[in-house]
Design a protein around this ligand. Sequence first.
Ligand code: CUA
Length: 337
Amino acid sequence: MQSWLPIPESASTVSGDVDALYFYLSGITIFFTLLISGVVIYFVIRYRRRNAFEIPRPIEGSTKLESLWSVIPFLIAMTFFIWGVKVYFNLYRPAQNAIEIYVVGKQWMWKFQHATGQREINELHVPVGRKIKLIMTTEDTIHDLFVPAFRTKIDVVPGRYTSEWFEATKPGRYHFFCAEYCGMNHSGMGGYVVVMEPAEFENWLSGNAGQASPAVAGRGLFESLGCASCHGANAEGGRGPALIGLFGSKVVLKDNQSVSADESYIRESILNPQAKIATGFGPIMPSFQGQISEEQLLQVVAYVKSLSTAKPEASTAKPPPAAAKPSPTAKTGASPK
Ligand code: CUA
């Protein structure tokens, strides 16, 4: 219905709200532009100087009029603000019960990994009608993932996790691209979100099985990097804090401050362990800066997360399942509703 307008297709639950606000802003702007230009032209003609000796009547000003043209624009501006805040918070408040997908930007490609292990480059398959939460970072410089049809757009920033969510409303292929200049091939750093019917998506997922889930890969890294020597073979603790149940909890630090153990905290504690040491532990952990890529970091974070969110079997002493048979049921958000 909007095909006559030069705006992208509308294909997510928020795109209608964003468009409505955009049209409202444009409408008000056009209205006042026409009104003010019209009045200017009218006054120029109506009050033009009619003879060379004409002296205008002095004007004292009018408090009533001046208040009116201050208060009315103020109220109109407040509607922009309130409506804008509403749309903004809806967009940036983390989604609940979302399917989580990890994203790493890199010169010049987008890498995605599903919680069930499937990896993709410059293409992202998602089911229609489900909230998708992207947990994002970058290997090098700042990039920005922009999906015009979903009206979602957010930077990926070195050394930090950002996140965005969307819920696609109709199947299709939607262009996405990097919206932050990042060097020579910036313009080619894009691809497509493929939105599928849930059953079709399940099919796609199982057809692309065979890759270890991020949590399982993270467990492998946990062992190969020697984390187990301090955090326990099953992350139950030892010379380092126990990691079971850590994610999402409050960690009390040496100076009695507390931080919430989110993705960023886990990441920081791996790269810069001295930054926030949990109370009762010494500053003995070495930094893993330079030994682990952003993708691997996300996998270790996924492992630590799985120790708090997944069912008990994920955190028992079993060795990591063979990479050929990841179980989609053990991970969060994989089952369609
Ligand atoms: Cu990445 Cu521009």
